[in-house]
Design a protein. Structure first.
Lengths: 134, 338
């Protein structure tokens, strides 16, 4: 049973590469720390390099989103929900969600200040990497 | 009542227009309008040691917010406090109903940068921690510490400059505000003022935060000018969250011919919240207050549990032990944010 659990937990991680945070290749946004990314996705920090940032999330059911919540936000589902409840009371909405990595990439390339995260295998020439996480 | 029904119906129409679905507690967002609609409802049953019992649908509030232009955010909140209330005492029952919605908050915020934002309108007074999110669904007790309702006005109508600045692992925050003239809608404000000035300086790290708040205001009904100063702190330690606030104020009364014109109020609370199991929290709070003007002082200990089956829903049961024996109370409550 333990072996099955071990395989079930490790195989998905092996199937996916690193997660990269990306902006448009022409963007002036410079590399950001994990703490800065956390502040940006919690909408506590809205600017970097004098550019107003638009963080884009993936759906909660995706692998990249789970890795992001666990390694960058360091919050569980309930903590995240409670956090955004309080922000809703203060007039601030959670980051917008795009349903696919392709949609994230398209938005990052088109919208000034947009920042998203994708699997590293999906990088292309129109994107600039500003942080990488496992 | 008609207004409440109209607003609920408007919410229903918006729900039908919602493109992104709806998450309880996050409000209803539609791509067709640049606003998010939400609100909250609170109800409670309390029984006091003086024999009085109350059942109430206490707060019914509707709020809307959104980015209406680049860097410009709008927020409005209308509330009916004491929406429905029935008080039982000495074998009689007194029933009250208030259907009127009043403006609790209404402001515009223009953000220049993380360090500088400007707000104008009616907003929550940036004093202490409790007052920043005064809705029961965010709290672990339905009862409020007295310092959050007796030292400073809960709301201010005027202008505020605020922002945050990061320093390595901590973030510094500041607020400066002023009110010139009357409250936009004084009905639900605890203290009606004709003018005020104040601010706060705070620091936030991953597992702790703290700060100092200060201000001065003119109390219309009491004909006095009050200056206040407060400290607040909170720590998160695994399953335990500790918070504390302490405020002192000096009320200078316009009493002709009186030599004793300045009276002191002081109050503090210390609160611990422990996560017993997921969704269930135990809470204890100790608070002290003293009011020289009314010659009122005492200690209140509150113990209770907070069950949160969903992050936006809270059921609480608490018991208050007051040094003023007639004020011991048991309170059962629910609150929902939508």
């Amino acid at each position: 049973m333990r072996n099955i659990l071990f395989i079930a937990m490790t195989v998905p991680a092996l199937l996916y590469g690193d997660i990269v945070f990306v902006v448009a290749k022409t963007s002036a946004v410079q590399p950001l720390s994990k703490k800065q990314l956390k502040e940006i996705y919690l909408k506590k920090q809205q600017y970097a390099n004098d550019i107003r940032l638009i963080p884009i999330n993936m759906p909660a059911s995706t692998h990249v989103r789970n890795v992001f919540d666990r390694s960058v936000l360091k919050m569980d589902e309930s903590e995240i929900a409670e956090y955004w409840n309080e922000r809703h009371y203060n007039g601030i909405n959670p980051p917008m969600v795009q349903n696919s990595p392709e949609a994230v990439k398209a938005m990052v390339k088109k919208v000034p200040g947009a920042i998203g995260y994708i699997d590293t295998d999906l990088l292309d020439d129109g994107l600039k990497v500003i942080a990488t996480f496992k | 009542m008609k207004r409440v029904v109209a607003i609920i119906l408007a919410g229903g129409v918006l729900a039908l227009c919602a493109d992104d679905g709806y998450t309880l507690g996050h409000g209803l967002k539609t791509d067709k309008l640049p606003i998010t609609i939400g609100g909250y409802v609170t109800g409670f049953y309390s029984t006091k040691s003086n024999g009085q019992s109350t059942v109430s649908l206490d707060d019914v509030a509707i709020m809307g917010h959104g980015d209406i232009a680049p860097n410009l955010n709008a927020m409005v909140e209308f509330e009916s406090a004491g929406f429905y209330e029935k008080v039982f005492q000495n074998g009689t029952a007194d029933e009250r109903y208030k259907g009127t919605l009043r403006a609790e908050r209404a402001y515009l915020t223009y953000t220049f940068s993380d360090a500088v934002a400007f707000r104008v309108g009616k907003f929550i007074t940036p004093a202490g921690r409790w007052n920043q999110t005064p809705v029961p669904v965010f709290k672990d007790t339905f009862s409020k510490p007295r310092l959050s309702t007796e030292i400073f006005p809960r709301f201010s109508t005027g202008a505020m400059l605020f922002g945050s600045v990061p320093f390595d692992d901590i973030v510094g925050e500041y607020n400066i505000f002023t009110q010139i003239g009357p409250d936009l809608d004084p009905v639900y404000n605890n203290i009606e003022t004709s003018g005020s000035i104040g601010g706060s300086l705070g620091v936030t790290a991953d597992d702790w935060s703290g700060g100092v708040a200060f201000g001065k205001f003119k109390n219309i009904k009491m004909h006095d000018t009050t200056q206040y100063l407060g400290l607040y702190q909170s720590y998160s330690l695994e399953r335990l969250k500790l918070s504390a606030e302490a405020f002192v104020s000096y009320d200078e009364y316009d009493v002709i011919g009186s030599s004793d014109r300045v009276f002191k109020k002081q109050s503090y609370y210390v609160q611990g919240v422990y996560k017993i199991v997921p969704k269930l929290f135990g809470v204890w709070r100790n608070e002290y207050f003293k009011n020289e003007f009314t010659n009122d002082s005492g200690v209140i200990n509150t113990v209770g549990v907070n069950y949160k089956p969903h992050p936006a829903v809270s059921f609480k049961l608490e018991k208050q032990f007051s040094s003023q024996n007639a004020n011991d109370a048991v309170i059962a409550s629910f609150s929902v944010l939508f």
